[in-house]
Unconditional design. Sequence first.
Length: 569
Amino acid sequence: MSDNIDMSYYTPENETWAVSLDGRYMTAIQNYLEADGIPPIGVAKIVENAAKTLSYCPDPEGTEQCQKTGIVIGKVQSGKTSNFISITALAFDNGYDIVVVLGGTKKPLVTQNRDRIKEYFDATKEVLVLDTTDFKDQLTAQKMHQFKKMGKKVVIVALKSEFLQYYDIFNCKIIDYFRRVFESSDIKSKNQEYELILSGRPAISDEDLFYIESIVGDSMGKPLRVDRDENNTLRISLSNHEFLNKERDELPLSTGEQNFLSLSFEFLKAKNSTSPIVVIDDPISSFDSIYKNKIVFALVRMLKDKKRIVLTHNTDVLRLLNAQYSNCFNLYILNNTSGENNGFIPLKPKEKDMLIDLEKLLDGFRNDIVRAVVNMDEYLISMISFCRGYAALVGNKDVKDQLTNVMHGYKTEAVDIAQAYISLFGNETGLIPSTFVIRVEDILRRNSEMTEILDSAEYPLLNKTLKHTMTYLMLRLLVEKTLVEKKNISLIPHMQLGQIIDKAFPGADMSEIRMRVRLTSKKTLINEFNHFNGNLSIFQPAIDITNSSLSKEKNDIINAVESINNGGV
């Protein structure tokens, strides 16, 4: 055998890894080879060749599973045995636990190779050399695990035909193991869930990409880029940051921007669905004024080929829709309350116009609405809160201050509310009386039952909202008057009802806490439509609460007031 073995390598596009050369198994083999008469330079060359060959095998410390096949061809007496023994030793030193050697096609040759390998590794005492003919009982998965726990390395010398047989058996056992694992796990349901998610993934057309990049990107004022990868999966970057599959706090976006993006993609998903109707629940409730406009724009443009049902308590949606696309919707009141008119109730065209256009509402107060009044006294009383808010808006301080005197239960001044109305809206119809002087106590003496104020056939929603507004006012006056008189509240200028309730029930006693919460939690007492300050949405009281809910709340407040009058708290 040559003292200096040279090997040529054909390595097309193979990745290698750094093989450690100073392990105890390789050291033992080097000592054996030198003792066998191979000079140090020859041993060094064998180690070098073995290391290079092993470096093309899978790295046992690597993170990826892989399989590689190679071939080493050598002439007779060229040192093949010393090289594959050296490769085996290096493999053990670098993390391999089992090496299989196909030792021949006949049993005597297998036995011969087994004995030679044992001789090489005899010095280590940690390598078990087994063959497939005499040690079949040791060649089980359980035994291999035991050997590993004992710190043993294993060389299996096999008849080629027997090894292939073991290989087939092992494959069957592995397949059976995975079958049992699969059947006892939730992999199938998870896969079905994943396939369902994939099936629900919207098909994005070039037009959709344009919408995303222009409508969404331009609306946010940030560069948004949409690309497709080789699997036709979208990759979206915003301000050069990946957008999809990121936690919210990793994105360079405010909460409003994140919500806008999420809702825009929901619109896109709805756009590409097969359903002809899309139902959208209160789309602008969590957005500021800027994004409300953007959401409505996206709603109109992205879903233009769908029938859209928008459910909302916020009349701003209607104004924004009408501002962008005039008369683009039909308006209904949705009601579902026992004993009331239920379902989708179409709004009268005039009321729809008044709801979305303040100028048309004000024109109605100058003319058509006045002509539909069926109870003038209650009409003027029900308009006190709105008139005060409107007077503040147009800068009529005299009317605002006068009406304030009949909007607080502790006030005693007389106010001509007919003249206040005329000074704001005129009297074009001549139906507004020239005078109607009233005090708080006069309002409270009136029948608290909700009677018709307008012709309900002509103005059903406005009639309802005026009745609700009048009830709001009467209950507020009643609570304020009762608390100030019974609790001897020291008043300060511009004192609000919430402050009066806190002063009336300041203690930590449970009875006071209950009464404080009972009163401050009432929609009819603490809400912006008791004054209409900065918000002239006169229809909102009719939209916010049903007749039956209002009646229930009114009875609870009256009972609370009776309890206070009787010294209950």
